[in-house]
Design a protein around this ligand. Sequence first.
Ligand SMILES: NC(=O)c1ccc[n+]([C@@H]2O[C@H](COP(=O)([O-])OP(=O)(O)OC[C@H]3O[C@@H](n4cnc5c(N)ncnc54)[C@H](O)[C@@H]3O)[C@@H](O)[C@H]2O)c1
Length: 250
Amino acid sequence: MNVRNKVILVTGGAGGLGAEMVELLCENGAKLYILDLDVQKGEELEKGMRKLSYSATFLKLDLTSEEAWQEVVEKIVAAEGRIDVLVNNAGINIRKPIEEMNFSEFKTMMAVNVGSVFLGTKYVLPVMRKQGGGAIINTSSVCGLIGHRYTPEAYTTTKGAVTLLTKSIASRYGHENIRCNSIHPSTVDTPLVQEMFKDPVKKQQRLDEVPLGRLATSRDVANAVLYLASDEASFINGISLPVDGGVTCC
Ligand SMILES: NC(=O)c1ccc[n+]([C@@H]2O[C@H](COP(=O)([O-])OP(=O)(O)OC[C@H]3O[C@@H](n4cnc5c(N)ncnc54)[C@H](O)[C@@H]3O)[C@@H](O)[C@H]2O)c1
């Protein structure tokens, strides 16, 4: 997959799935910008990537601040002259069902999960238009495609919004050679999930949902991002790509 020398921004890139995306894209020769609130993890990742002679820069950014987005995009354009790919990956999940969640928690989730995609896209689009194209990849979830009974309603609401925001951008900006696609991971094998899996009933519930019979790995998810960012995906626009071992086909 060719992403060599592409300038790629990954939100929530300091940890979890975002850090895996940063590593894989670096390995493939892209120039990465890690946008995150977590300074310690962001700087560690930047250092680790540079040690391997990869190009990675951490910039602290609260993804819900419009002024901060504007500043960061200006800074990157001043340094690189272009932005080829924006990966709107960051997201949070306040794990409470609708009856237990207060409205302020709901608004926080909307601000991070949807607001950050809205703002990032808003400020990167004019840059992509000026340079004649680009690609935007949004991390939704299987919960952006189905109503998942073990997942908080607020999370599903935010991820459903990301799914259609993606298609809306794809339909309006495709003619300017700007592609926009979303990925939809099922549960990824992380330390948090391993903790949850100490409960054998919960573990069985989750594994029973997956036709391929295993959890996703961070690399499975990063591979989907690598593809959608690459030249090989140049005619792929507006898709919702499940990375879910078949969860959403049942
Ligand atoms: N882990 C899974 O099983 C799974 C499954 C499906 C979808 N997803 C989605 O994948 C994405 C990444 O998930 P993850 O598990 O890697 O999460 P994570 O919590 O491990 O990492 C999220 C990153 O986002 C950053 N972040 C959060 N709020 C921010 C803000 N306001 N400004 C700047 N940075 C902020 C955090 O500092 C963190 O580094 C999310 O959108 C999530 O909803 C995850």
